[in-house]
Design a protein around this ligand. Structure first.
Ligand SMILES: [Zn+2]
Length: 78
């Protein structure tokens, strides 16, 4: 039996799930920017825990346009 190999793969699984968690907590996303007229990089400028979920504010790195997401749902209605 190769217990060391099993431990290593368990460790890798843990690291993978950690990486997935970090991806969900991304500090930057690509999003269509109405000001830039194309997809731009947005950074998370604020994050607030609400009773209905997490509210995050995103801001365009190109022009400063901002929008809000609640539970990952884009709340900016055109
Ligand atoms: Zn922009």
């Amino acid at each position: 039996m190769d217990t060391i190999g099993e431990e290593r793969s368990a460790e890798n699984n843990m690291l993978n799930s950690l990486a997935t968690g970090f991806a969900n907590m991304a500090l930057e996303i690509n999003h269509d920017c109405p000001e830039c007229g194309e997809e731009a990089t947005f950074y998370r400028s604020a994050s607030t825990e609400l009773h209905l979920g997490e509210k995050t504010k995103w801001r365009c790195t190109e022009c400063g346009y901002g929008f809000i997401k609640i539970n990952g749902i884009d709340s900016s209605v055109a």
